[in-house]
Write a protein that binds this ligand. Structure first.
Ligand code: KG4
Ligand code: ZN
Length: 346
């Protein structure tokens, strides 16, 4: 089975082709960071326009590079939500039209289900049940995953997501690209112990998270250093290292508690923040004492991409989790959609 996938929930346009006997054949992503960098966040109107500009070009390129053609495709998959409505509508319209023109099914996929299942792409040994730590720009959740489509939230952020904290602090620091990857790069040369950045809710037995106080504490520190003209490259690296360490300490500690509390000894980390190298290394190390297996998606599939969308559609088809009769050609999207209700559209 060969599935053409589209992702356009925020500021990445993704096109992929997944083949059941070859895996991810092609995965193309166009990131819009440079378009939004002067506005302090993603501008929805600009994001939609850029998806529109890039999606057909990327689709043609995917076919050109893979050597496949439209007639080889058995189904089209696309992100239906959650995300920015305008951006989602570009992907859904394009995917539905492509599927309609070829008379094949168009399968809507929940963006977070795509992230959550992405570690299965490269880890055939990964078995259910597992704990999922989903850490992206919009979400921070711990879930007990019993099987595909059976997701129980056991902890989540009460305010900002972990990725959002990274992004907002990167912006306060005046970094070119406002994201966690830039903080991680700066942190390589920093000392995490020079500045104390708090770890909210670290000592609470709850599996919930909170990152807004951490962000405010970092902001106060940065402003103080700036006002004293002490925000030089060493201080910047030290702030980056402290912020990164605090966020990661919280994520790891709560994951540790989740494993202990549920007795589930497999943990899967997914979403954009899972690209963080320190998180990967420390998570593996910290959960060793619980004899816990830890899985991540391949690095290039950690941040938003369409391969995870076509792969999730493949898994749903393979496990008969889609009622084909209920999938009408329908252009509506789901900008807000809780993962626990994921089965409602199938
Ligand atoms: O999953 P994703 O690509 O998009 C959403 O669904 O939100 O996640 C994006 C988030 C951003 O907040 C970005 O700062 C974070 O992932 N991120 C990282 C790293 N790479 C991306 N955070 C920490 N370290 C990284 N290396
Ligand atoms: Zn995402």
């Amino acid at each position: 089975m060969i599935i053409l996938g589209f992702e356009s929930s925020c500021d990445d346009t993704g096109v992929s082709i997944f083949c059941s006997n070859r895996g991810v054949v092609i995965n193309l992503v166009n990131n819009q960071s440079l378009i939004h960098k002067d506005y302090g966040g993603v501008v929805p109107e600009l994001a939609s326009r850029d998806h529109l500009n890039k999606i057909s070009f990327l689709t043609n390129k995917a076919f050109e590079k893979s050597g496949l053609s439209f007639s080889d495709i058995d189904a089209v998959a696309y992100t239906i939500g959650p995300g920015l409505s305008g951006s989602l509508l570009i992907g859904s319209s394009f995917a539905q039209t492509a599927a309609w023109s070829m008379n094949i099914p168009a399968i809507p996929i929940h963006h977070l289900e795509g992230h959550l299942l992405s570690p299965l792409i490269s880890n055939a040994k990964l078995e259910f049940p597992f704990i999922s730590l989903l850490v992206s720009g919009g979400h921070t959740q711990l879930m007990a995953v019993n099987k595909i489509g059976d997701y129980n939230v056991i902890g989540e952020t009460l305010d900002d997501a972990a990725g959002e904290a990274f992004d907002k602090i990167a912006r306060l620091m005046g970094l070119d690209y406002c994201n966690g990857a830039e903080i991680a790069k700066l942190a390589v040369n920093g000392d995490p112990d020079v500045f104390q950045i708090p770890r909210p809710m670290f000592n609470s037995p709850s599996l919930d998270f909170s990152f807004s106080g951490l962000k405010t504490a970092a902001m106060i520190r940065i402003k103080e250093l700036q006002s004293k003209e002490m925000f030089d490259h060493i201080a910047r690296a030290n702030i980056a290292a402290s912020v990164q360490k605090s966020i990661i300490d919280i994520l790891i500690h709560k994951s540790y508690l989740a494993v202990k509390r549920t007795g589930i000894k497999t943990i899967v980390v997914a979403g954009g923040v899972s690209a963080n190298n320190l998180l990967r290394v420390t998570m593996l190390d910290s959960l060793k004492s619980l004899s816990c297996k830890v899985y991540f998606p391949p690095l290039e599939l950690s941040t938003d991409n369409a391969a995870m969308i076509s792969f999730a559609a493949y898994l749903r088809l393979k496990h008969n989790l889609i009622n084909m009769n209920s999938l009408k050609y329908n252009l509506s999207v789901k900008p807000r959609w809780n993962l626990k209700d994921v089965n409602s559209i199938y």
